[in-house]
Design a protein around this ligand. Structure first.
Ligand code: AMP
Length: 188
């Protein structure tokens, strides 16, 4: 099993590159953001609980997100590995993922950190706001998402650095260029 954590600030291209890894490298894809947005759209009790938090740009609680991740992981079959997209976003989530995988005799192979200038990130997010109209792509929510990233998510990179699993990849350039860099860095 070749599990990859795709890491980076909002707008780094995690969703786009995850889709490439799914179609081109045959990996399963779990995006906690997509999973939570589906709950919101379906109006489930969980969706009702997290909708406002997500729209504000704040992180959803560890307990709820870990529950979502666990059920997605358990329902994925027949893949040679999983790309975790937007998870873990806190050290507690990273520890929970390690435990979940260890109970299956599996582990994270690498954490790919996509590195992109902040100016380019904001430009990309505002463009996406026009194209997709995501509830959290407003200027205010974008600022909040960067604050959350800085305070709670950046330490996750140190967590994987401590396990010698952190790989930094230049996330600027075409989708294909970035994808080839990821393949080269991880061997998937
Ligand atoms: P994303 O699509 O990954 O940018 O996630 C969109 C929003 O969903 C985030 O701003 C959070 O509110 C929530 N979310 C997604 N993944 C997580 C996570 N691992 N931990 C906490 N909140 C999350």
């Amino acid at each position: 099993m070749s599990h990859i954590v795709l890491f980076g600030p909002p707008g780094a291209g995690k969703g786009t590159q995850s889709a490439m890894l799914k179609t081109e490298a045959g990996l399963g894809h779990i995006s906690t953001g997509d999973a939570l947005r589906a709950e919101v759209a379906a109006g489930t009790p969980l969706g009702k609980e997290v909708g406002a938090v997500m729209a504000s740009g704040a992180l959803v609680s560890d307990d709820l997100v870990i529950g979502v991740l666990k059920s997605r992981l358990e329902s994925l079959n027949g893949v040679k590995g999983v790309v975790f997209d937007g998870f873990p976003r806190t050290v507690a989530q990273a520890q929970a993922l390690d435990q979940m995988l260890a109970s299956r005799n599996e582990s994270v192979a690498a954490m790919v950190s996509l590195v992109v200038d902040k100016e380019e990130l904001i430009e990309r997010l505002l463009k996406r706001a026009e194209a997709e109209g995501r509830a959290d792509d407003t200027r205010e929510s974008i600022a909040k998402r960067f604050d959350e990233y800085q305070a709670k998510t950046l330490p996750v990179a140190d967590y994987y650095r401590g396990q010698n699993k952190l790989v930094e990849v230049n996330g600027s350039g075409s989708v294909e260029e970035v994808f080839q860099r990821i393949r080269q860095a991880t061997g998937v």
